[in-house]
Design a protein. Structure first.
Length: 106
């Protein structure tokens, strides 16, 4: 299992500030998945994170630099995107991606 523990803690801190609790995390896709209830909305890896998006937000996200479709095993997985760590290096951007993931649960 390989993930950036510092990024995971930043995610948990941001989610607490957003009053997004209860959020739990567990191992998934070789990353650390962030879940609300039984649904995962994001996961932290070594050099990136993946985020589940609403259909309406997916195409716009893919047009951004450092964002690509999440393709485990070479196949696109729904509206999941992979976001490079350089894009989420600052807390405001990280929070935006987490908020987008949370919206996908609604």
């Amino acid at each position: 299992m390989s993930y950036d523990s510092g990024l995971l803690q930043r995610c948990l801190d941001a989610l607490a500030a957003l009053h997004a609790a209860p959020v739990r995390h567990r191992n998934v896709f070789g990353m650390r998945g962030l879940m609300r209830g039984k649904k995962m909305f994001a996961a932290v890896g070594d050099e990136s994170m993946i985020v589940r998006l609403l259909d309406a937000e997916y195409a716009g996200a893919l047009a951004r630099a450092g964002v690509r479709a999440f393709t485990p095993g070479g196949s696109k997985l729904g509206t999941w995107v992979e976001v490079d760590d350089s894009i989420i290096a600052d807390d405001p951007e990280l929070r935006e991606w987490l908020e987008a993931g949370l919206r996908s649960l609604e």
